[in-house]
Design a protein around this ligand. Sequence first.
Ligand SMILES: [Zn+2]
Ligand SMILES: [Zn+2]
Length: 764
Amino acid sequence: MIKRRRIFITGRVQGVGFRPRVYRLAVRLRLSGFVYNDTKGVTIELQGEEERIAEFLTRLQADDKPPLAEIKSCKTIDIAMVGGEKDFTIKASKSEGPALSEVTADIATCKDCLLELADEGDFRYGYPFINCTNCGPRYSIVKNIPYDRPNTTMSEFAMCDKCAAQYTDAADRRFHAQPVACASCGPGIRLTDSKGNLINKETQGSIAEAARLLLDGQIVAIKGIGGFHLAVDALNDKAVQRLRERKRRDNKPFAMMADSIERIKEYAIVSKSAEQVLQSPQSPVVLLPKKGNCSIAPSVAEGVDSYGFMLCYAPLHFLLFAQDLKVLVMTSGNISDEPLICKDEEAMQRLGCVADAFLIHDREIYRQVDDSIVHFIDGQAVLLRRARGYVPTPIFWGENCKEDIFAAGADMKNTFCFGKQNQLICSEHIGDLEDARVYHHYINSIKHLRKLFEVEPKVAACDLHPQYLSTQYAFSIPGVRLVQVQHHWAHIASVLAEHGQAGPAIGIACDGTGYGTDGAIWGCECLIASLDDFERFGHLDYYSLAGGDRASKEAIRSVMGLLKKTYGDDFNLEKFRWLLERIETDENKQQIILEQIEKRVNTFETSSLGRVFDAVAAMLGLGRYNHFEAQLPMALEAIAAADVEDRYEFEMFSPPDEPCRFGLGQTVRQLISDVQNEVDVGIISAKFHNTISEILLGFAVVCRSETDLNTVALSGGVFCNRYLTNRLVKLLKKNDFSVLFNKVVPSNDGGISLGQAAIAARRS
Ligand SMILES: [Zn+2]
Ligand SMILES: [Zn+2]
């Protein structure tokens, strides 16, 4: 029977190739009607045989939906037939406000394209830039909107007839796939030496030659989707060490790439859910537990218990690995923590001293986007760095921003965020703003995303910290209303916002540093927080940190602060010489730090939990310096023994009319006595982690008893610690709390901008 149905679909259905897919499916099933985007999602009208409409709906919700689409709801109603309708059409968007952006994230090569890549009969056989509507570069090649070929870096390549025919055929998989190309019309690959002299100018030859260099232990800079990677054979320790030295990257673990799950399983433990994330269209780096005695070069990832692996995600990667490569280090093409390099000329200039050869192509990367990083908390995939594959996909929110919003983020691991209608659009990982190049990149990125999403901010949200560059930037924007948001409140708001909640909830925020409303540096906080307001319910008892910013690098400073706090006037350097000398050999420096604390010179009061982890790691002899953020806490987590239930004692103070406080006096005393008695460091580490999770549970329990709140929101960089977070989540659930933690934005400062934006939106 012939019917006409109207279908309303909500979810992530815009800017993900949904309408062309609907179109193709409708045409294939010989249904007439139309599809259009509106402010709530997508509306479709279908007319035709009833069974075909039913088949349409089944297929759209199963295999035939675009890889990035996510259907939240699908409602259908029968409506009156329309006479004389023959075709199915894509209609213009119906929106009350400005149209939503069509720019989507960069997506890993899809299965269909991989089949063609390997098919000798296909005219794109072995072509390293094969892509279609379901895969390939997007965000990294878009210069401007609307998202059309002339506004991408593909504009300089005129399509050949074959490509153009597919591009214009609405029934084709490449219909309006902007980067469509083939060997006869699109970009090619060449191999040069470190000075830019051509080694091979032919695509297939260059790939084969690059693979030979890699197998030979050479470092090859490979131009990919979001920028350059520095690649080296991950099984060759000498080669990896050479890369480390040249890149000036002390000990920070390198990410690796392989071409199959089976290969990764030789080196790491891959759970079912990890397998899914590795193979997802976003194709992030996934942190996986190391397998013992595997052949990965030790210097790839020292002092941590996991490897970061990703699968090949660009056609070039697949072609390269087809040349007998097993596993490659694929680390960001930059020097230490500067922005990723994506332009050929800059790569030659700045990476010429690192790479032995360059495998480059002539499709310009307009925007650098790092690889994203995922790990697992409580069995769920959680983003540690949100970039390629995820950005600029908006986070759809239950609420509406009445005005456009800009949120400046924090200075470390910066991201920024725009609020527009019901979308919160977070930038990719930008980096640490104190680096001048990163700051420059920050300013340019804000301009670019503003243009892509047509945002005109009327409100700017930023941190409370007056010295943050992001705060100062927000203050410099003319004609906007400013909303300053306390750091840990923003952390908790980021969790609430991504779970579509407004609070209030019990917020537990733990990190290294965040400017507090009392001028102290906060870092272990229990807040009663909603998107509208927060109250500081409790915190870790303050201790003193001397030396300003250096305190986050040099563990001796937090050790001295905690010892002084614990032993008070009983503390003297002589008594603790045995312990201190393993952290700082310069006795003069120890003396100066102690005097600074005693006289309160260049010293601040802090509840930082991150620094406590530094101190404990240093006391256990795991290092004395954070060469990169959280190096010492990561080393401490890595050695924690399994199956230890023991913990240390701690104190709780609950003065009337003041936030409650937990103190680590007994913890420090007992831990030091364990160190002195040469208890196994793995056991000490576990006992310490257990203590902290018990303290954080304590916050929640006391807070619930006084407020009746039962939802706990966890956020802050400390919750990147899997041992701690897994244990805490388990404890909270056992005590009947409902627990929320960050999944779609990082729990570290990369999530701050989302929280700021959500808070500002409620005030817009
Ligand atoms: Zn494809
Ligand atoms: Zn072509």
